[in-house]
Write a protein that binds this ligand. Structure first.
Ligand code: NAP
Length: 293
């Protein structure tokens, strides 16, 4: 029998993403031991009941002696977690995370990481609109991308080991510069969520009689936005606050394009509308071909 990839893996935060990864790590036998801490007593109780790993009552206790530490809390918690876990990180350990923004994570955690610990931020491009340990499942990462964003000077052997973990749970891995990650995600994930939140919120402000029809006839398009707009409010608040520049930049471009379409509708410029909708249809085909539909 071969040794597992890691001795002890610590999960700080055992919600949708943490619990999915813990399940996949256990299924693939990638750790000799899994240790879990979550700030929520309910999440800790659920993790124990689901037998996701050995649940401890502090982040420090989870981190101590761990070869890989995975932060899977909302990113707004990192600034406080950094100084709490730093003194307990084992020399030679890898510290990673699954947060949806990368530059802010490096800003908040980087200064706390002790010499001899490999800090390699990461982000699986996989998820659902559900939260908590009961919502997780081992297959979440299969066929999905995992982006890792090593900082300058990172030990290539440690990066390779983290890549191995993501590959073993079924992901394709891409190594990316953190700032580039934040720009790409601003358009592929953050802007679409902001638009969905806006559309659904606009509908909730209509008069009551129209609101009930919005629900009744939602299959005409609205329904698809409600799934995205049901995503976790804490997580998404933290994403917008921490990827501010990239989101504002892409939002500016989006607003210009929206205004151009508004103008085309006002002036009856059918060709302009048709050309735009033809270009966007081809994008869907590309996503299907890339098996990311
Ligand atoms: P989740 O299901 O809400 O789980 C997060 C857990 O972390 C909660 O149990 C939360 O407890 C706990 N927590 C909060 N602060 C903590 C602290 N200081 N120490 C320990 N635990 C703490 O969230 P998730 O969807 O798994 O998201 C986790 C991370 O993954 C986020 O950073 C997000 O950006 C990233 N991500 C999410 C998705 C997605 O689709 N959901 C996809 C890719 C990446 P409380 O509930 O009591 O706060």
């Amino acid at each position: 029998m071969t040794d597992p990839l890691f001795g002890r893996i610590a999960f700080i935060g055992i919600g949708l993403i943490g619990s999915s990864l813990a399940r996949a790590v256990a299924e693939q036998k990638l750790a000799a031991e899994i240790v879990i801490f979550d700030a929520s007593a309910d999440a800790r109780a659920a993790a124990a009941e689901l037998k996701l790993g050995h649940v401890v009552d502090s982040a420090a206790a989870a981190v101590a002696g761990s070869d890989l530490v995975i932060l899977a809390t909302p990113i707004g918690a990192y600034a406080d977690l950094g100084p709490v876990i730093a003194p307990h990180l084992k020399k030679g350990a890898i510290l990673t995370d699954v947060g949806s923004v990368k530059q802010a994570v490096i800003r908040d955690l980087g200064p706390h990481v002790p010499e001899g610990v490999h800090f390699i931020p990461g982000h699986p491009i996989a998820g659902t609109e559900h939260s908590g340990p009961r919502a997780g499942f081992a297959e979440l990462f299969k066929g999905r991308w995992a982006i890792i964003t090593p900082v300058t000077g990172t030990d290539p052997a440690a990066t390779a080991k983290l890549q191995q973990l993501w590959s073993a749970v079924g992901s394709m891995v891409e190594v990316m510069e953190p700032g580039h990650h934040d720009q790409v995600l601003a358009i592929t994930s953050h802007l679409p969520h902001l638009i969905a939140y806006t559309i659904v919120d606009t509908a909730t402000q209509l008069e009551t009689s129209t609101q009930s029809e919005v629900i009744k006839f939602s299959a005409s398009g609205f329904r698809d936005f409600t799934r995205i707009a049901a995503s976790d409010p804490t997580m998404w608040r933290d994403i917008f606050l921490n990827n501010r520049e990239a989101v504002l930049e892409i939002l500016g471009r989006f607003t210009e394009d929206l205004t151009a379409l508004q103008r085309a509708i006002r002036w009856g410029e059918g060709d302009k509308l048709f050309d735009t909708f033809t270009r966007t249809r081809a994008v869907r085909r590309g996503i299907i071909d890339a098996k990311q539909a």
